[in-house]
Ligand binder design. Sequence first.
Ligand code: UDP
Length: 328
Amino acid sequence: MELSESKTIIVTGGAGYIGSHACKALANAGYLPVAYDNLSRGHDWAVKWGPLEKGDILDSDRLSELMKKYQPSAVMHFAALAYVGESVTNPLLYYHNNVVGTYTLLRTMLRHNINKFIFSSTCAVYGDPQELPLTESHRRSPVNPYGNTKAMVETMLEDLAAIEQISFISLRYFNAAGADTEGEIGESHEPETHLIPLVLEVASGKRPHIEIFGNDYDTPDGTCVRDYIHVTDLADAHIKSLEYILDNKGSEFFNLGTEYGYSVNEIIENAKHITNKEIDVKIKARRPGDPPALIADSSKIKKILNWKSKYSNINQILSSAWEWQKNN
Ligand code: UDP
């Protein structure tokens, strides 16, 4: 990075789960993270490592003001709606926020000559896997509106990169989980729909049981298999991505997973062990849009960015999430 470059990074969605962990990692790496968040799903208590600028990614005037005020060297874009089920029942809400919102953000950035962009993408862009583990060259064919919105933004980014208007890294997260290992921040969704926090709510007595969405899949124990990655490992990948695009003009897509899959049953069994509590289960019907198994091939990011997971052992994921849940 050139010395003259600003150390300020705009983090849209910086008050959210993954965004707030990225802000902490940015501050630890010597950057100033400016969290830009409308607080519709994020929390002001999660913004601890830089200023909070309240605003919406759909508001181009407010975004312009922000770019002028901070002149960031890059934007990390986490702000998005991210419930698959909600995207199925309300697709236009998702296209508006995730696609029009990102379009507005990109257009404003380019007007202010800011052209380094790190995008929160998802393994949902692949749809039903044709083969496992998934590599970045697997065809993009989402099976729900949420995945479609992320794939559309990736297309938009490729088109802009082709004419050198932007240089971007699109990080395709597998299942983000766990909490800050120092207990400063953690997952807090309303409503909560993700497996690990729900299982831990059962362990702490907040819920009577966990519903298993299908035990008749073509997987070793019949329940769905996912690749769970610790949120601190995700945050670290954002710092490595930032340093890469600040030094390079190129653009890249990277999977972010651990390359190990755990079934829903295995998560519950491990959670019983970590919490030392009983966890009652009820078998329910399959949830629409759930592929049987999603496992990342993360060799590309390991090779190019020298990233590796440090906290994503399933016990570390569950125990950090359990600590967070007990204390909050
Ligand atoms: N799941 C489940 N019960 C729940 C929530 C999730 O059985 O109450 C399953 C879900 O069907 C999927 C896995 O757990 O196979 C992970 O789901 P989650 O919503 O955490 O993440 P996703 O894979 O949808 O991103």
